[in-house]
Design a binder for this molecule. Sequence first.
Ligand code: SF4
Length: 443
Amino acid sequence: MNEADSEKLAAGLARLGWREAAKPEDADLAVVNTCVVRQKAEDRAAAYLGRLRRLKEERNGRGPLQIAVMGCLVGPRTDDLRARFPYVDVWARPQAFEVILRHLVPDSDLGGEFWPETFPEPKGPTAFVPVVHGCNKFCTYCIVPYRRGRERSRTIDEIAREVTAHCARGVREVTLLGQTVEAYGKDIAGRPDLADLFAAIHETPNLQRIRFLTSYPRDMTERIIRAVAELPKVCEHFNIPVQAADNEVLARMRRGYTIEEYVECVQRIRDIVSGASLSTDVIAGFCGETEAQFQRTLDLLAGLRFDKVHVAAYSPRPGTIAWRHLEDDVPREEKMRRLHAVEALQERIATEINEALVGTTQEVLVENEGRGLKTPTQAPDGVTDGRSTSSGGPQPVLSGRTRANKLVHWQGEAAPGEMARVRITRASPWSLRGEPAEASVPA
Ligand code: SF4
């Protein structure tokens, strides 16, 4: 969501005549878009602000560097932040783009069609499209509802215009975003749901794939699951955070479901959507989590066998319900031990799942740069030379994702945005390696 916000702000700045600088040293404005979902993310933002302060002090005759901070670090009151970071020029809450634009160009006209017609510039064949902002769930550990506010859906028309604009400029895959994306439409006229939205954008010219993120078990209706199964462009990949598998812990988190309901939801998806891939999120060491309760999480992961698990050690976030009312009583070392136990289990499961794909042919959207492959020579899985090839000609290392969201690296000839058929030759827990199955199909 932050990436999408940054791109939207950049698009707004571009409409006012600002251009992206090659590096911070050359910039007249630096915007730090912050995440405070965990302490580590907040620490990183603070460290980066320290670096910008030094840049601001060492301008060597260049004009002043203005620093703006946007995102979840910024709450309704900024007194503490202003005292802590006095060199920051402007503070903007998540998606409060206008605060920054008006600071730079006070008399700019940002009304009417300015924002509805401001679409981010695509950086490749994939794009994030926020469809519902905010969250109403108030899980006890989470700061998001306090920072991003209540759920607010965009209209289908506005989203469809953005998807059309992206696809006219080279995008082939969109990921529809929401903190809980199945909440889409509950707050707008006619109460369209995510299935209606899939259908409305499905025939967009040049669009090849639709993804959606992040799912919330109780909002995942059978209608939405059936739409994933029936609409060919909607990828059969679900990210459904479970967070913990013990009902007492789930109740302390106020997740709003029991583990039985969660398992039923996963089962329903697997029954309806053939070949569905699933990922989940886990918090290790939440307040009061006993060893036996943590073991239930391990048992659940072993039983449901997710394709991917994102695990984080719990860190209290000031202002949340857990921070106010629950004791952070699992020692740090124990949280880390539990986190590593989840990682070790998941490494084994993901290896088994991915190895079963060796020998199959997968349809991969070529992304080439980014998403885990920084340069050809840094490709994992033993791909060390992106320029040598058995046929003698230069063949770059390509990267892209399968419909099931598996990262694939291979050597071949295809441009970003093309759909390639790749035969999988090797697997690791994190990615696949392959070779061209046949000529790539232009998108
Ligand atoms: S569902 Fe819970 S964890 Fe997710 S954004 Fe909302 S409050 Fe946070």
